[in-house]
Each structure stands twice: as C-alpha cells, then as structure tokens.
Design a protein around this ligand. Structure first.
Ligand SMILES: *Cc1c(COP(=O)(O)O)cnc(C)c1O
Length: 253
C-alpha cells in the first residue's frame, strides 16, 4: 500500500532545490524593489510588510517561500486558508501568519476566526456586524481592515467612500473587532489610475484618523503589477501572488 507514499510527514525534506532557489531569488529581488520604492518615497522598508498570496499554489510552495524568508501569507478562500493551516500544523511546522483577503461570506466567518491573523475584506456594515457578533460569542477580538472601493469600479467590492462615512460611527462602536486600517484593489493595467487609487486610500485614512482618533495604521494595497507604486503612495502591506509563485510572471507595467 505504498501508492500514496507522499505522506505529509516529509514535506520539508521533500522540497526541491530548484523551488527553494526560485523562492530565494524572488525574496531577494522583491526585498530590493521594496527598498528602492521606499527610498524614492522617503520611507523606511520596515514600514512595509510583503504578504505572499498563496491562493494558487499548494503548501509545499508556502513552505519553500517561508524558508526563503517570506513571513506572511494570504488566502482568498476560507476553506483553503484552513486547509493549509491544518496541513502545516500536522507537520508540526511553526505556522506563518495567514491573512484572509477575499470575499467572506457570513457562514464562513467562524472558520477563519482565530485562524486568520487579519481579515482584510470587511466589505460591508452587515459583514462587520456579523464578524463582531461571532467574535463576541467566542470571546475573541478579530483584527480587521475595512475594504474600500476607491476607484468606484462596478466589479470591485467594498464600501464606497460615502458609505464608509455614513457607517463610520456604527463600525467604530462594534465590539469584537479591532479595525487596524483600510484595504483596496486598484484598477488593473493602468498605472496612473492605480496611483490615484492608492493615494486616495491614504488620504481617506488620514481623514478618518482625524475624525475617529483611531490610528488606522495599516494600508493594504498593491499587488504584483503595481506594488512599487503602492509603496510610493503609502502602502504598509503589499499582497503579492504571481510575482512570487508564477515562474512565468513577467513584469508588464
Ligand atoms: C490574488 C490576489 C492578490 C495577488 O494578486 P497578484 O496580481 O497575483 O499579485 C492580491 N489581493 C487579492 C485580494 C487577491 O485576490
């Protein structure tokens, strides 16, 4: 009965040298590029967390990326986040940080509470209330970001700026959630609009900070194609998928 010989027990030992080498090269290159973007903006690299979006790859790649230096990961589906965390747990591997970045349905909240380090995708007052309620029931505090649709594209989820202002007092009053900042997605393939979106997010945060007295330090924005622009505009957390995990990724911007 050896046909399923790829058991979980030798996950680390089974990592290919080529995969590790790829991840080390990616880590070094991205680190340099983050440092350059920070320098251009007069910022310190320590202000920016690079999060590896592992939604399209399996746990071996997460492990390889982790060994190469990436310290934070993100998934866009609750089931997959929990599956990867469980696999790593079973291996006895000290689990790196995993964040939830995708659409979260209320019936999946319980699955990610206490497992996701940060939920980036609080996209409506209804969802915020649902997370709050479940967190209070379980006596936990969920660290969250408010997702804002800065660009106004129909296809994007999140609060519009107007909705956010209208809901602000209710959001801030919710128990069981700790709002750490804002998250947004920029329009694809348009560097100028991406930049406007990122600076719009930062300006909105500054206004919200003033009005609420909350720090709202985290600005989660920037992906493979636009993360250097995002850092120039104040991002503190970039979410990178393809540029880390896709061996055929080419920089098109
Ligand atoms: C997939 C995904 C990313 C990563 O996108 P890349 O272009 O692959 O870097 C970032 N944020 C969210 C919300 C995603 O779903």
């Amino acid at each position: 009965m050896i046909q399923n010989s790829r058991t979980n027990t030798s996950l680390s030992a089974g990592l290919s040298p080529e995969l590790l080498e790829h991840m080390r090269e990616r880590f070094a290159t991205i680190k340099d590029d983050v440092a350059s973007a920070c320098r251009r903006a007069g910022r310190d690299s320590s202000e920016v967390l690079v999060e590896a979006v592992s939604k399209t790859v399996d746990v071996e790649q997460v492990l390889a990326a982790s060994q190469a230096g990436f310290i934070a990961f993100a998934e866009n589906r609750p089931q997959e986040l929990v599956r990867k965390l469980n696999l790593l747990d079973q291996e006895g591997i000290s689990v790196p940080r995993f964040d939830m970045i995708g659409n979260l349905q209320t019936n999946k909240i319980n699955a990610v509470l206490g497992r996701a380090a940060l939920i980036h995708s609080i996209s409506s007052l209804h969802l915020a209330q649902a997370v709050s309620k479940r967190s209070v029931t379980r006596s936990v505090v969920a660290r969250v970001l408010i997702e804002v649709n800065i660009s106004g594209e129909q296809s994007k989820s999140g609060f519009s700026t107007d909705e956010l202002w209208a809901s602000l007092d209710e959001l801030l009053a919710l128990d069981g959630i700790d709002i750490q900042g804002l998250m947004t997605m920029a329009p694809a393939h348009d560097a100028a609009r991406a930049r406007q979106t990122f600076s719009g997010l930062r300006e909105l945060r500054d206004e919200l900070r003033e009005r609420s007295g909350r720090a709202l330090d985290v600005l989660s924005c920037g992906m493979s194609d636009d993360y250097e622009i995002a850092i120039e505009e104040g991002s503190t957390l970039v979410r990178l998928g393809r540029i880390i995990f896709d061996q055929n990724y080419t920089d098109i911007h």
